[in-house]
Structures are given as structure tokens and as C-alpha cells.
Design a protein around this ligand. Structure first.
Ligand code: HAM
Length: 430
């Protein structure tokens, strides 16, 4: 027998028993996005690899180690998108969406990073993101954090903490990078191989190190806040003050630098203890230079993205549409197949909130009823030739012994189903 093929490691099928939760989450996101005035944008999964070199950064782990890239038949070097911000900016510049105007956009879809798969970390994962263009001030920053707070509350997620930091402008970061590099260079013998490499390429990323000895070393390292100009420090204090006023609990984490190069100013992460090492649920910050870096007019911007798989592993979502009533249309003989198909269509028109399934071949009523039972159908509409000749069909309630079966014209049966569906006595399928 031929060997069966498997999905790619770290890329998961989302099976029918899980898609209901995805749909519920999408509905919550859509509603919140509308409430806050964000419009959806959809960009391709594949982009020129240069887009990510010029945005996420040449020295970032994502670009150096994790991108799925390939050369296509035209010798173009393409990549599966590892994140959504760069493509969003590219699309905005290409279509003039942020030329002399502000935009608040959201997106959701699969992203690709060739990381070592483990719980909460996948090679194909899904992000939901918010990006606000043309907003230079603190209000958009606080508003997005409030969005997230509302979102976590809607999902009843309680073990979620907000960590914030500020990266200042390029000059402050350059001055700090130099100070950090000097400090760590004096302790090279205590650094692991990864940090030694980063010391040359991207010293700020060492602040993220999980190695215990490196963390101990960092306790006495220079602090980024000390290298910020007064204006940047004042802005950061203002953000904290507003968060206090609006009851958004937060902690300052001066080692939070983010793994993508495009940030400046405020950066943040929402984290949880419930997911072990992969505890960052949502992350983002300000990126005022990215639009001009990618060829657009200078445009201030602020955004964030969250990992849907991580959120779904924590949230228990109501599966609304799974509680919909389910009707089976049973067709007793070939002679009533066309009327049965038509009946199904009429039922879908008249009762659009129910799921309708036609069960015809091989025209054995006993088996059809068994299948309806197994599928937890609320009711069955049975078409047989004799009744149909008289313009009637039969309604059978599958889950209630005290509701009698009836034979009547279809429009009468529809009225009865409508009446029953407003009464809670029949059990709904879950
Ligand atoms: P990021 O921190 O790389 O930021 O990713 C955002 C979120 O995506 C993470 O906090 C995490 O929840 C989820 N995530 C990342 N990698 C994986 C993975 N391998 N498996 C599962 N989930 C993952 C960005 O991507 C930025 N574009 C965020 C942003 C938007 N900044 C400004 N605007």
C-alpha cells in the first residue's frame, strides 16, 4: 500500500471540531475592529524577500534563520510572509492608502516562520493584527491597548499582563547599543555562543536571552531609559499615567526590545503564565520610520499582532452555530428526489438559521432515520410519493417524545417549526 502523506511539521490542520472556535473568535475580532473603526486588509501570503530584509531587518532571527524563501521560475526571490506589518505597509504605499490620509487597518491570516515547533510555536501560525497609519500621538497607543484589554475581557482571559518599554529614537538606541556592547564585551567569557554572535550583529537582542548566566550579567547592564532624551522619557511617563487613569495595569520591562528592527518609541507585549515559554499573546509598538524606509512619505505608525493559536488554547469560546437546530430531509424514493431537493431549498429560504441536510440514496427510510438520530437532528421532514401527490410531507421531531409527528403541506410545517423554535422545550444539539 502507498505510504500516506502527512502535513508538514509545525503546520497544522484545523479540523471540523475546532473550526467553530475559530469562527467565534473571528466574530469577536470583527465586531471589535468595527467598534474601533479599523477596516480589513488582505495581502498575499507571498512577497518579495527584500520586503522583509528592509523591514524586519537583516540581523533579526526571522530573516536570518526562519524565513521560507524560494526562487521562482522568473528568478525572483520570494518568501512566505513571516509577519503582517511589512506587507500591510507595502500595500498601503502601493495603493496610495496612506498618501495624505490616515488609515486604521486590521488583518488576519497565516504567517510562516521556520522555528523549532513546540506547544504554542508553529511554522504556520495565524496572526490577527491592527495597524494605524498617520497617528503620531499617544491616544492611538492607549486606544490599541484598550482594544486588547477589552478583547481579553471578552474572552474572560484573566492571567494576562501588559509589559511596556520605550526604545526611544535612533540616536538614543545607537548610544545605548554602544554602552551595552562595551559592558558585555568586558564579560565575553560569560556569554553563550548565540549572545557572542549577537554582540557583533544586534547587541540589543541579547536583552532577550533566556540563558541564566546572561540574565545575571544583564542585571548590572546599562539601562536604555538612561540614554533617552528628556522628551522621550516624558512621553513614556505620560503613557504610564494615562494607563493608570484608564485602569490598564502594566509593568515596565526595560529589557523588552522586540525581535523586529522597525520599532521606535513605545513597545509592548501582553503575556500570560499559562503557556510556559510561549507566553506572549500579543505584541507590537510604534514604527514611525518603516513607511519611509519602504519608499513612502514619512508616516507615523503604531500596531500590534496576536497569535490566534495561543489565544485559542486559552479561551473557551461559545460555539453558537453548533447549537443551531439541525433538520434532515428524508427522501423515501427516487420519484420524490427532485421535490426533496426543492423542499430543502425552500426550508433554507424559510428557516435560514437551521442546518438542512438531504438524505436520499439509497432511499431506505429506516437507515435515514438512524442517521438523523446519530447526527443529533432536531427534526426530520419525510417525503414519500403518496403524501407528496397530495401536496403534503411529514414532520418528525427527533428529540421529543411529547411532540406528535404531523403530516401537512410544507408551509404549515414551516410555521410549526418556527413556533417550536421560539419555545425552549426541545433540546438543542451541541
Ligand atoms: P511578533 O512578536 O513577531 O510581532 O508576533 C506577534 C505574535 O504572533 C506573538 O506575540 C505570538 O503571539 C504570535 N507568534 C509569533 N510567532 C509565532 C509562532 N511561531 N507560533 C505561534 N504564534 C506565534 C509581529 O509579528 C509584529 N508584526 C507585530 C506588530 C504589528 N508590530 C506592529 N504591528
Amino acid at each position: 500500500m502507498a505510504k500516506t502523506l502527512q502535513s508538514i511539521r509545525g503546520m497544522n490542520d484545523i479540523l471540523p471540531n475546532a473550526t467553530a472556535a475559530w469562527q467565534s473568535l473571528t466574530n469577536i475580532i470583527l465586531q471589535l475592529a468595527q467598534q474601533y473603526g479599523y477596516e480589513e486588509i488582505r495581502t498575499p501570503l507571498v512577497e518579495q524577500v527584500q520586503l522583509f530584509h528592509r523591514s524586519v531587518g537583516d540581523t533579526s532571527d526571522i530573516v536570518q534563520k526562519e524565513m521560507y524563501q524560494f526562487v521562482d521560475q522568473n528568478d525572483d526571490v520570494l518568501a512566505l510572509r513571516p509577519e503582517g506589518t511589512a506587507a500591510c505597509v507595502r500595500a498601503c504605499i502601493q495603493h496610495g492608502l496612506i498618501y495624505n490620509q490616515r488609515q486604521k487597518l486590521w488583518y488576519m491570516g497565516p504567517m510562516y516562520r521556520r522555528e523549532r515547533p513546540q506547544k504554542g510555536r508553529y511554522r504556520q501560525f495565524h496572526q490577527f493584527g491592527l495597524e494605524a497609519f498617520g497617528y503620531a500621538d499617544t491616544d492611538i497607543e492607549i486606544e490599541q491597548l484598550l482594544w486588547m484589554q477589552r478583547f481579553f475581557a471578552a474572552l474572560s482571559l484573566e492571567d494576562v499582563q501588559l509589559e511596556i518599554n520605550t526604545l526611544g529614537d535612533a540616536a538614543a538606541r545607537a548610544s545605548y547599543t554602544k554602552a551595552l556592547q562595551q559592558y558585555l564585551s568586558q564579560h565575553r567569557d560569560m556569554l553563550d555562543a548565540d549572545s557572542l554572535k549577537r554582540l557583533e550583529t544586534n547587541p540589543l537582542r541579547i536583552l532577550d536571552s533566556k540563558v541564566t548566566a546572561t540574565q545575571a550579567l544583564l542585571a548590572d547592564a546599562p539601562c536604555l531609559l538612561d540614554h533617552l532624551p528628556d522628551t522621550a522619557r516624558a512621553h513614556f511617563e505620560h503613557v504610564q499615567h494615562l494607563l493608570d487613569q484608564l485602569n490598564v495595569p502594566h509593568v515596565v520591562n526595560t529589557r523588552l526590545v522586540r525581535g523586529l528592527d522597525y520599532y521606535n518609541g513605545l513597545v509592548f507585549e501582553w503575556t500570560t503564565h499559562a503557556l510556559g515559554a510561549q507566553g506572549t499573546l500579543c505584541a507590537g509598538g510604534r514604527y514611525d520610520n518603516l513607511v519611509s524606509q519602504l519608499g513612502g512619505q514619512p508616516t507615523p505608525a503604531f500596531g500590534c499582532a496576536m497569535g490566534i493559536e495561543r489565544i485559542l488554547s486559552l479561551a473557551t469560546l461559545s460555539q453558537d452555530h453548533r447549537t443551531m437546530w439541525r433538520g434532515h430531509v428524508l427522501c423515501a424514493s427516487e420519484a420524490v428526489l427532485a421535490p426533496a431537493l426543492l423542499t430543502c431549498e425552500q426550508l433554507r429560504n424559510a428557516l435560514p438559521n437551521m442546518t438542512w441536510t438531504l438524505d436520499a440514496h439509497p432511499f431506505k427510510l429506516k437507515n435515514q432515520l438512524k442517521r438523523a438520530n446519530k447526527a443529533n437532528a432536531t427534526l426530520a421532514i419525510i417525503l414519500d410519493h403518496d403524501a407528496w401527490k397530495n401536496g403534503q410531507c411529514q414532520l418528525k421531531w427527533m428529540q421529543s417524545s411529547d411532540t406528535a409527528d404531523v403530516q401537512a403541506p410544507l408551509h404549515d410545517l414551516i410555521d410549526q417549526i418556527k413556533t417550536q423554535s421560539t419555545q425552549p422545550k426541545l433540546e438543542r444539539h451541541t
